[in-house]
Design a binder for this molecule. Structure first.
Ligand code: COA
Length: 338
């Protein structure tokens, strides 16, 4: 590891489908209400793709092109693709390979990160180390999710389905040059697999005691839909995202007051409010997107970054703390000078 080499975010972008699905739209297909969703989650609307043709790699492709344009680098300069998703195009190969082909690139490594809502910070962490090692100069780090077609849209699935949206976000991670103020200060990633089944999709899978990845029985039991212990997720999310913030600030001998902008994973506005209350963070330093985009899992943080930039809340030179939590359970944080 060459400690003198640092990585920086040289480009940021996102891509959201045009179709807006409001809570009132959901009221028409399942037994739920706008008020219940807003009170419990803060979500007002989300984006869902139209029809059945668009894929996760399509969303990732659009966000990637925009991030490369923002970084002002040609796609031929990309040394590696890291794609975080829980809604892959297929069981295998990884969606990063499909994205690579769509981008017209070949030979460079293309890796899927399957860490759900923590996927983007896991990918950022891995990319950062590849740059610090001196091996690569430009890495495309993407979070992309197509949740809507994988959700149970009947009343039985309402606790999960109302929470999720589709979208993609991407950053270009580049080797910082001498004199660059902008850089990734640190990343920290964690997991605790004893909670793996508190938020999961059992099928397709080969651990269900059947002779196929997916059977009619699995479908009948709805094993191909996400299952969640909402209360356990809630409690662990607040605890772990707070720990993550302490870990990244302590590691850099910085105080939380030094942070200019906090970007939290957007699972539920009440989770973010719980963190803000406990840490007494100034609300104006916290940027949320959940009201309009819901939880876009691995795409949430890069989408948040892009919108914070677009809306003038994130400017070059600012100290930004990212903190996330997700299925696995997994969690992580990052501190960066944008
Ligand atoms: N609309 C209307 N009612 C709903 C509903 C919906 N979409 N989903 C659940 N309910 C009902 C339940 O059936 C239950 O009814 P009952 O009291 O008659 O049994 C009632 O609302 C309360 O359900 P409960 O699960 O106790 O609600 P909650 O206060 O725990 O809130 C979550 C549910 C999902 C909003 C909350 O647990 C949560 O946000 N957890 C974290 C989830 C998360 O962040 N997941 C992604 C992680 S990365």
């Amino acid at each position: 590891m060459q400690e003198s080499i640092k990585s920086k975010i040289s480009g940021v972008a996102s891509f959201l489908p045009d179709r807006v699905v409001t809570n009132y739209d959901l009221e028409k297909i399942m037994d739920t209400t706008h008020d219940w969703i807003v009170q419990r989650t803060g979500i007002v609307e989300r984006r869902w793709v139209e029809g059945t043709k668009v894929t996760t790699s399509d969303l990732a492709y659009e966000a990637s092109l925009r991030a490369l344009a923002d970084a002002k680098i040609d796609k031929s300069a990309v040394d590696m693709i890291l794609l975080a998703t829980l809604s892959p195009d297929h069981e295998f190969p990884g969606t990063a390979c499909f994205l690579q082909a769509k981008l017209g690139l070949s030979e460079i490594p293309a890796i899927d990160i399957r860490q759900q809502c923590s996927g983007f910070i896991y990918a950022l962490s891995i990319g950062d180390l590849f740059i610090k090692s001196g091996r690569y100069k430009n890495i495309l780090v993407v979070g992309s999710e197509l949740q809507s077609r994988g959700l149970d849209k009947s009343t039985e699935g309402r606790d999960v389905t109302v929470l999720f949206g589709d979208g993609a976000g991407a950053v270009v991670l580049s080797r910082a040059t001498e004199g660059d103020h902008s850089n990734i200060l640190s990343t920290h990633i964690h997991a605790d697999g004893q909670f793996a089944k508190e938020l999961w999709v059992p099928a397709p899978g080969l651990a269900l005691g059947d002779d196929a990845r997916i059977t009619e029985g699995h479908m009948k039991e709805k094993l191909h839909y996400p299952r969640m212990n909402g209360k356990a997720v809630y409690v662990h999310a607040v605890k772990r995202m707070i720990e993550g913030l302490h870990e990244c600030c302590d590691h850099n001998q910085l105080n939380m007051n030094d942070v200019d902008l906090f970007l939290f994973h957007q699972a539920n506005l009440r989770i973010v409010e719980g963190i803000v209350d406990r840490l007494k963070l100034p609300p104006e330093k916290v940027f949320n997107t959940i009201e309009r985009f819901a939880n876009t899992t691995a795409a949430t943080l890069p989408i948040g970054m892009d919108y914070a930039i677009k809306e003038n809340r994130l400017k070059r030179g600012m100290l930004v703390a990212l903190s996330t939590f997700g299925s696995g359970f997994t969690w992580g944080s990052a501190l960066l000078r944008y």
